[in-house]
Design a protein around this ligand. Structure first.
Ligand code: ARG
Length: 469
């Protein structure tokens, strides 16, 4: 072999590739992560080629045996990757050919790296999506466990970050469990749309050889096959969709992170994180910082960035393959690592989080978040809501002037604002009553929260089964 055609595609070249260009265009540094998918794909391809009599059964057996040996070597970290061979596809193919000669040189028949890399990426997205879904289920279970453990704890619910109405802490936490239920379903959609096989598209237009794409798809467990070869090699929708689902998931984790960070502050003091999940300050001896939720919040920007990057890369690409598409990998891989790690860490964080029940209760009692309940009390006695709202508003106004809360007023004082007030008014504005009364479907009442916990648990089981976990 002369210097010029060391490359698998070197035939039409007179010069070797510039060393810096080699470095610039190589993807082996990051796409070696696809070696399992690449080898699975090649094994299926070889089996199909043999069945179609495009290669001999002997060659097939040699190819499959060689590929399995290469896989074992990579597994054990014993394989030498070369930048000169650009990517995972050519690294493996070259190693195979070096070892088994002619048979190896036949593997790439009726195939291009364009449909090969698309295949690897589909397989990878499918596999990783299922792993992400499993972790989503685990975190959702951790949220439901947390809600269930503290099902009687009352806290203020907020709008505009102002105390609004008393709610159950469990209700607040379960809102995030509901978000994760949607995330799971979203990733399910990602999986289903990634479940389509591009192999057989060739470089862009299909092949002159009598391949059997149905067979390859069956061997690789694909639900469907792309029916347009140009689309098959150009499509990165499934990468964008994965990144979109990942971004939305991270936005959910980031919102919860922000709340936990606030709750950890002295100003709220609603929760305390486990020492094992926090760090101190090198200067200020008193500090205990909520690094984990801060980092999850921070990493959200990074995942959203990968989505933007992918959308921007593809937005003006002509059909079919362009090398720009090699840029689909690092962002995707990093997003996968980031969301998996974040989901894992978050479940642990919740597990170790202590709830400061008394502080939450004080935040409810020493404020006016029961004012709506006062207004609703009069509604139940027949007064139009607009009028009750205004009376309750006046009472709040006068309490603020006197430096007291609604619970501190006597029944007689209440009666001065309306004759409809009765002895049971003080009972009606107790935090427990306020919560228990919000029993409309999906409300914060004990019963509704119980119902949510049950339905989450049922759905978690179903979701787990649906992905074979
Ligand atoms: N490393 C390439 C990628 O990740 C593989 C496909 C290369 N195809 C080509 N025609 N140069 O996209």
């Amino acid at each position: 072999m002369t210097d010029t055609n060391k490359k698998l595609w070197g035939g039409r070249f007179e010069k070797t590739t510039d060393e810096m260009i080699n470095e610039f265009q190589a993807s082996i540094g990051f796409d070696k992560r696809l070696y399992r998918e690449d080898i699975d794909g090649s094994i299926a391809h070889a089996a199909m080629l043999a069945k179609q009599k495009i290669i001999s059964d002997d060659d097939r057996d040699r190819i499959i045996d060689g590929l399995k040996k290469i896989r074992a070597e990579i597994d054990e970290g014993k394989f030498d990757f070369s930048v000169e061979l650009e990517d995972i596809h050519m690294n493996i193919e070259k190693a195979l050919t070096d070892r088994i000669g002619d048979a190896g040189a036949r593997l790439h028949t009726a195939r291009s790296r364009n449909d090969q890399v698309a295949l690897d990426m589909h397989l990878h997205v499918k596999r990783q999506t299922r792993e992400v879904q499993r972790l989503i289920v685990d975190l959702r279970r951790a949220l439901v466990d947390c809600a269930s453990k503290h099902r009687d704890v009352i806290m203020p619910g907020y709008t505009h970050l102002q105390r609004a109405q008393p709610i159950l802490f469990a209700h607040h936490i379960l809102a995030y469990a509901s978000m994760l239920a949607r995330d799971f379903a979203r990733f399910d959609g990602v999986y289903r749309r990634a479940d389509i096989m591009p192999l057989g598209a060739g470089a862009l237009a299909g092949t002159t050889l009598p391949i059997d794409r149905q067979m390859t798809a069956r061997l690789l467990d694909f639900d469907r096959i792309y029916d347009n070869s140009l689309d098959a090699v150009s499509d990165r929708d499934y990468v964008m969709e994965f990144l979109a689902a990942a971004s939305i998931l991270m936005v959910h984790l980031s919102r919860l992170s922000e709340e936990i960070i606030l709750w950890c502050s002295r100003e709220f003091s609603f929760v305390e994180l486990d020492d094992a999940h926090c760090t101190g300050s090198s200067m200020m001896p008193q500090k205990k910082n909520p690094d984990v939720p801060e980092l999850v919040r921070g990493k959200t920007g990074r995942v959203i960035g990968h989505l933007m990057s992918m959308l921007t890369t593809v937005k003006a690409l002509p059909l079919a393959y362009n090398k720009d598409l090699q840029e689909d990998k690092e962002g995707l891989f990093d997003a996968i690592d980031t969301i998996k790690f974040s989901l894992l860490v978050f479940a642990q964080l919740l597990d170790g989080m202590k709830i400061k029940v008394e502080n939450m209760r004080r935040a409810v009692e020493e404020d006016f978040s029961n004012a709506t309940d006062l207004a609703d009390y009069l509604v139940r006695r027949g007064m139009p809501f607009r009028e009750t709202h205004s009376i309750a508003g006046r009472i709040v106004h006068d309490c603020i002037a006197r430096g007291i809360y609604l619970k501190d007023m006597t029944v007689d004082e209440y009666k001065k604002y309306s004759p409809l007030f009765d002895d049971d008014v003080l009972e009606a504005i107790k935090p427990e009553t306020c919560v228990a009364n919000r029993n409309s479907l999906g409300g914060t009442s004990y019963r509704q929260v119980e119902r949510q916990i049950e339905s989450h648990r049922k759905q978690i089981d179903e979701d787990r089964k649906s992905i074979g976990a």
